[in-house]
Design a protein around this ligand. Structure first.
Ligand SMILES: Nc1ncnc2c1ncn2[C@@H]1O[C@H](COP(=O)(O)OP(=O)(O)OP(=O)(O)O)[C@@H](O)[C@H]1O
Ligand SMILES: [Mg+2]
Length: 253
């Protein structure tokens, strides 16, 4: 069974904008897939549907065979827990330290009172520390996030996402705020995590060179529709034109 399956997904915003049209694809566990396409193609809309922030207006999304729309109670929490997200702007608590930010990922599963009081178990603390170590920030445990570089912040965000042990990690423009070298290091980290833990990585990026270098599969969106679905080596000039139009194919993406 595919880990994720989209069947004819469409999204029309209340404004009337059709952001996604008949999007269908399925994804096997452990794949690194990048969604590419020009600005306004519907990439973020797709990610927002996958992390539950938006509902689709047509079609359906299945996670491990469970339709998003019909999942309730424990099944719904299992779907939500299985899918983690990291963002371009990190979405961390800037005034808290790194360890606290990673521990915050455990709050939704805790009793409201212990959560509100910030009473984490020894096991949770050890796990959060190990994850900071894993992303290369073992020495920044007590550092305030505000004092970190962009690349370090994205590492904390990755550790926070991993704290929920996701099977699928959505990365919406994860390196857009970073310099090219740091961006590459972050993608290397994501690829290592994919290899070690079999976590599926679903990334969306304007950086075609990095998307090509790190992905096993590319999904090209144009005007909300899938116009390319294949391995990076199959993205030839004709496919590039379908995704980005004439200008994009000439290298201005
Ligand atoms: N909340 C919203 N309400 C109405 N229209 C929206 C909303 N969010 C996005 N759109 C529209 O949907 C279309 C797709 O937007 P989306 O943000 O998904 O594109 P994108 O591919 O992520 O673009 P970018 O590369 O610039 O981030 C655009 O026409 C956009 O204006
Ligand atoms: Mg976007």
């Amino acid at each position: 069974m595919a880990q994720l399956e989209l069947r004819g997904v469409g999204k029309t915003y209340p404004s009337g904008t059709r952001a996604l049209r008949d999007v269908s694809f399925s994804l096997e566990q452990g794949t690194f897939l990048s969604v590419i396409g020009p600005s306004g193609a519907g990439k973020t809309t797709l990610f927002r549907i996958l992390n539950g922030m938006e509902r689709c207006s047509a079609g359906e999304v299945l996670y491990q065979g469970i339709p998003f729309g019909s999942a309730r109670g424990r099944r719904k929490r299992a779907v939500q827990k299985g899918i983690g997200t990291i963002y371009q702007d990190f979405c961390l608590v800037e005034q808290a330290d790194c360890l606290q930010n990673v521990l915050n990922a455990a709050l939704p599963d805790m009793h409201p009172l212990t959560g509100a009081l910030g009473i984490f178990s020894r096991q949770q603390r050890l796990e959060a520390e190990a994850l900071l170590e894993r992303v290369g920030l073992g020495d920044k445990r007590d550092a305030c996030v505000r004092e970190l570089s962009g690349g370090q912040k994205q590492r904390v965000a990755i550790a926070r996402a991993l704290m929920r042990r996701p099977a699928l990690l959505l990365a919406d423009e994860p390196v857009a705020s970073l310099d090219p070298v740091t961006g590459r290091q972050i993608l290397e980290l994501l690829r290592d995590i994919q290899g070690e833990a079999g976590v599926t990585i679903l990334m969306n990026s304007h950086n075609l060179e990095l998307a090509r270098a790190f992905s096993q599969r590319l999904l090209g969106l144009h005007g909300g529709a899938v116009v390319f679905d294949g391995p990076p080596e199959a993205l030839d000039d004709t496919a590039l034109r379908a995704v980005y139009g004439e200008e994009g194919a000439c290298g201005s993406v």
